[in-house]
Design a protein around this ligand. Structure first.
Ligand SMILES: Nc1ncnc2c1ncn2[C@@H]1O[C@H](COP(=O)(O)OP(=O)(O)OP(=O)(O)O)[C@@H](O)[C@H]1O
Ligand SMILES: [Mg+2]
Length: 569
């Protein structure tokens, strides 16, 4: 017999919290238990998104009948030999909280057969446990949870659709699978296989979970100091970005975490090389002595506290910077654009977009003659002179200053404002597609659920079988972008902002995403007339001086700035 009751003092110290709030939490707890039991292979089966049934089978060391009876009691754990050990935890579980919590809100049946012993079974329903009975079963443990929250219907109301709940469970499983590559994982959803991961080396597991594109493009991270803090893993380069931080996987001592400190370290490390508003993709693994981390700070065990937080932070930042190759600071001798002044043009009263929309669906060859438009005082952004690098517009302001416009950033802001304007006027005008497009993506269910919201954004779609949506119309202002990347970004935006966020905020974020996709790209040749049209539209548009990500859309270099750049002042 190895399970003992925790002394009262210890159990009081353990944060009581909401352990089981949705099926994904059940999956996570049961799989963690299987991993702690030394399983080599774990099988998960979900029905009705896990609300109807979660089954987790492992081939770990199992439990004898006495342990089985104790396992479902509160604060019964085999994982803490000494009270002092609470501060040096090497297993995923340590509270003796998960099984009793699950047994309190669902029907729980555990069948377990220890090495060299017989199988036994115990059942807990709404907190009442049965006697331990002999049973048939393979070596290892099989835990079945049915009718989640049957005893607390109020809680059940807070669950999302079975598909969203299933997504969340699979996501929890992916995160654990990344941290435990040498263990095989299988998962099925209503009998259909959705995940099948053979035991693998770590890089192979990263490739299986984050994709071959990522694995091929990613850079090796190595840092820290042996025995103190070891940092390893793969990080995407600055061009490999996502709309959200969802694909930043952080594993500390084999525990997947969503730790704010580590997230912030990633942000800082990428800050100089990445477009603001985008997020890096990475799988980072930290190993440090268990006593250096306190995992008992969050009811779901997804956050932790480092004893030397500042040290961990700077080690992660410098390891990443070394990987990204920019640890030495800017190569140029001056301090960059921040020493120049950004000045927004005096706004005319915003007149919306009613007149003169940007000519977009066009590509006439650029005329050779200079544009004939005179520089007029009411056009503070002046007259377009040229386009350089197929990305920046050079213009001459009425007072002679040089205006530099980032064509994509500027157009993105215009599109954003126009979408926002249409929203305010009752909904974004949509343009039906000639042929509806089928787009496959993992968050299809979430998008389908958000269809009414998206319709207000001019985007008409509906679910199309499992894992796909069919798109029937797109916002008219966007022209005809490729719907697939647009939907992927939008789905990440909706997933990441979550339910707690106000609809207005979510819609505004979604509009920013749409605007990015509907805007002229860097690398697109513009005619002088198009450039002038862009400048005029910017002058009419509120907030035109920065793009949706907060970057400037144009720079203004007057006499003073030129003098500074040439060292004349
Ligand atoms: N799959 C399993 N195989 C073997 N033993 C198990 C398994 N699942 C649970 N146990 C035993 O039951 C005990 C209680 O499990 P439970 O998940 O409730 O608590 P814990 O894992 O110790 O802590 P935590 O609440 O932090 O998860 C465990 O300590 C372990 O001894
Ligand atoms: Mg546990």
């Amino acid at each position: 017999m190895v399970i003992r009751l925790l002394p009262e003092t210890t159990s009081n110290r353990i944060a009581a919290g909401e352990v089981v709030e949705r099926p994904a939490a059940v999956v996570k707890e049961l799989v963690e238990n299987a991993l702690d039991a030394g399983a080599r292979h774990i099988r998960v089966a979900l029905e009705e998104g896990g609300i109807g049934r979660v089954l987790v089978e492992d081939d770990g060391h199992g439990m004898d009948p006495e342990d089985l009876a104790l396992a479902v009691d509160r604060h019964a754990t085999s994982k803490l030999p000494e009270e002092a050990m609470l501060f040096a935890i090497g297993t995923l579980g340590f509270r003796g909280e998960a099984l009793p919590s699950i047994g309190a809100v669902a029907r729980l049946t555990i069948t377990s057969r220890p090495v060299g012993g017989e199988a036994h079974r115990i059942t807990v329903e709404g907190g009442r446990k049965s006697a331990v009975q002999p049973a048939a079963g393979a070596p290892g443990t099989r835990v079945e949870v049915t009718d989640l929250f049957f005893a607390t219907p109020a809680r059940r109301k807070f669950l999302r659709s079975p598909r969203s709940e299933a997504d969340a469970s699979i996501e929890a499983l992916r995160r654990l699978a990344l941290a435990w590559p040498q263990v095989g994982f299988e998962a099925s959803l209503d009998g259909r296989a959705v995940l099948n991961l053979a035991p693998a080396a770590r890089d192979a597991r990263i490739r299986d979970l984050l994709g071959a594109d990522f694995a091929a493009a990613a850079l090796n991270v190595a840092g820290g100091a042996p025995g103190v803090l070891e940092i390893s893993g793969l990080a995407g380069g600055p061009a490999f970005t996502r709309a959200t931080a969802m694909e930043q996987h952080l594993v500390v001592n084999r525990r997947p975490v969503r730790d704010p400190l580590l997230r912030a370290a990633l942000r800082v490390a990428y800050r100089e090389v990445m477009v603001p508003g985008r997020h890096a993709v990475a799988a980072l693994f930290l190993e440090l002595p268990p006593a250096e981390v306190d995992v008992n700070v969050h009811p779901m065990k997804t956050e932790l506290r480092f004893r030397d937080a500042a040290g961990v932070r700077s080690a992660v930042i410098s390891a990443l910077r070394r990987t990204l190759g920019h640890g030495v600071g800017p190569a140029l001798g001056y301090a960059g654009p921040s020493s120049l002044s950004f000045r927004s043009p005096p706004h005319h009263a915003p007149r919306g977009f009613a007149e003169a929309p940007l000519p977009l669906g066009f590509a006439p060859p650029p005329p050779l003659a200079a544009p004939s438009m005179p520089v007029r005082a009411e056009h503070p952004l002046g007259r377009a002179l040229a386009q350089v690098m197929e990305t920046y517009i050079l213009a001459e302001a009425p007072d002679g200053a040089l205006i530099l416009v980032d064509q994509h950033a500027a157009h993105e802001r215009l599109t954003h404002e126009r979408l926002a304007e249409e929203m305010r006027a009752g909904g974004v005008r949509s343009q039906p597609l000639l042929l509806p497009a089928v787009v496959e993506l993992p968050q299809a269910a979430r998008l389908a659920e958000a269809a009414p919201e998206l319709a207000r954004l001019g985007l008409e779609l509906e679910g199309f079988g499992a894992g796909a949506v069919i798109v029937r119309a797109l916002p008219a202002v966007l022209g005809t972008p490729d719907p697939a990347p647009l939907l992927r970004d939008l789905a990440e935006e909706l997933t990441d902002s979550g339910e707690g966020v106000a609809l207005a905020v979510r819609l505004d974020a979604a509009i920013a995403r749409l605007a990015c996709h509907g805007s002229i790209r860097a690398g697109r040749r513009l005619s002088p007339a198009e450039m002038d049209a862009l400048l005029r539209a910017m002058e009419r548009t509120p907030r035109a001086a920065t793009c949706s990500h907060g970057r400037p859309t144009f720079l203004r270099l007057g006499q003073v700035e030129f003098a500074k750049l040439f060292g004349r002042s």
